[in-house]
Design a protein around this ligand. Structure first.
Ligand code: FAD
Length: 122
């Protein structure tokens, strides 16, 4: 299950994407205070909807099953967590998921580690 933990309300019905440019500029001025933006011409614009989402776990083993069987399915990156673009985390954390997943799977498949190592990924 993926939980939304972000800033755009779930019942927003796309309202965020219809934010007028005047509101965007006013918000930018607020953030940049004591400086201001002088917007003369807008050639193109879009609204980026921030969404924090987090899954309950990163594999197919339920909490009550942990330790009784090894996981056989894994999810990585944006499939299990998304972040505010402001923090620059998404790709960084996703690549760490991938490296973590890859070396553990490699060690188990090549017989260097017991299958229980796969439990430590989630
Ligand atoms: C505007 C913006 C700015 C960002 N800035 C940053 C930043 O500064 N720093 C940072 O670390 N992160 C940033 N991110 C986040 C980062 O881009 C993502 O977290 C990262 O790309 C996630 O990688 P991923 O491989 O999990 O997913 P994706 O990169 O989304 O890869 C998933 C792939 O699966 C493919 N796919 C989907 N469905 C199927 C299917 N059924 N069959 C086959 N293929 C399929 C998709 O086409 C896609 O290529 C930003 C994201 C956005 C949108």
């Amino acid at each position: 299950m993926v939980r939304r933990v972000g800033w755009t309300p779930q019942d927003d019905a796309g309202a965020m994407r219809r934010t007028p440019m005047e509101t965007v500029i006013a918000r930018a001025d607020e953030i940049l205070h004591p400086y201001t933006l002088e917007v003369r011409d807008i050639a193109w614009s879009s609204i980026y909807e921030v969404g924090h989402r987090l899954t309950d776990r990163f594999d197919d083993v339920l909490p009550q099953e942990r330790g009784t069987r090894v996981p056989r399915m894994f999810i990585i990156g944006d499939a299990c967590h998304t972040h505010s673009a402001k923090a620059g985390q998404g790709m960084n954390v996703s690549m760490q998921d991938g490296v973590n997943r890859a070396w553990k799977l490699g060690h188990v498949l090549s017989g260097r580690s017991p299958a229980a190592l796969l439990d430590t990924y989630s």
